[in-house]
Write a protein that binds this ligand. Structure first.
Ligand code: ADP
Ligand code: ADP
Length: 232
């Protein structure tokens, strides 16, 4: 089954002579329960594709499906509601709110979705990510790796259909990055999540089940069961 899919997506930014065709006829299916990486040169359309699949932006043409809904047919309100309940995000820069504790940051998506959440799931995520002793800390009191684990817990807290991670290891040293990648891997293997990660890093892509390669706004290839060596 597919957690998300796109049919014949195009995305053009701007108009006229300065128009940029960021995506040009991209069709892709994201398997549920898999760890999918999107790789390609800078400017190849990776972020654009991720944003369209996540419902953060709308395509110029084509269709996007997520969690049984056709995003491209939803109103803005319905799209925001679906995104808040069914999609998780992890960013390179963590994007934690500095004045809130780790626990309040983790619970934020539940508040936005107007949901109580599932306490057992929350406990599992917090302990699985080794954050029990950090819940009362503010982001400034945590290391980069701990902050990214809080960000991952926040992304998982609604038990979303898909977690989208945009260069999640970009701001981390390689050891801490490897820890975060192993946790993304575990969220797929042990908790059945679907993860889509945009990355430049072949080592990071080596943790995925499948790598989708983009070049000039088109899918240029695919690597199944990647290793860092095969991605390089
Ligand atoms: P990648 O993530 O692979 O670096 P992007 O999806 O960010 O690629 O960008 C694809 C192309 O679209 C690039 O040429 C980029 O300059 C352009 N682009 C991306 N976002 C915008 C925007 N908001 N306005 C105009 N051009 C954009
Ligand atoms: P809205 O802008 O409709 O209020 P939300 O605040 O509900 O959207 O955003 C839902 C999730 O999407 C949040 O995790 C937020 O950090 C993320 N998000 C919103 N806009 C963007 C964006 N332009 N780029 C990346 N992530 C975004």
């Amino acid at each position: 089954t597919l957690a998300a899919s796109a049919i014949d997506l195009t995305k053009t930014y701007g108009a006229g002579e300065t128009a940029v065709r960021a995506l040009d006829g991209v069709s892709v299916g994201i398997e549920a329960g898999q760890f999918t990486a999107i790789m390609g040169p800078s400017g190849s359309g990776k972020s654009t594709l991720m944003h369209l699949l996540a419902g953060l932006d709308t395509p110029t043409s084509g269709r996007v499906f997520l969690a049984d809904a056709e995003l491209t047919r939803l109103s803005d309100t319905a799209l925001t509601r679906l995104r808040r309940s069914r999609v998780g995000f992890v960013f390179q820069a963590f994007n934690l709110l500095p004045t809130l504790t780790a626990e309040a940051n983790i619970r934020l998506p539940l508040q936005l979705a107007g949901s109580q959440g599932d306490p057992a799931w929350l406990r599992q995520v917090v302990s699985g990510l080794g954050l029990e002793d950090r819940l009362g800390h503010r982001p400034g009191e945590l290391s980069g790796g701990q902050q990214q684990r809080v960000a991952l817990a926040r992304a998982l807290v609604t038990r979303p259909d898909v977690v989208f991670a945009d260069e999640p290891t970009g701001a981390l040293d390689s050891t801490t990055g490897a820890e975060v990648l192993a946790l993304l891997r575990r969220s797929v293997d042990e908790w059945g999540q679907s993860v889509v990660m945009v990355t430049h890093d072949p080592v990071a892509a080596g943790y995925a089940d499948r790598v989708i390669l983009l070049a000039d706004g088109q899918i240029s290839g695919e690597i199944l069961e990647p290793t860092a060596e095969r991605v390089l």
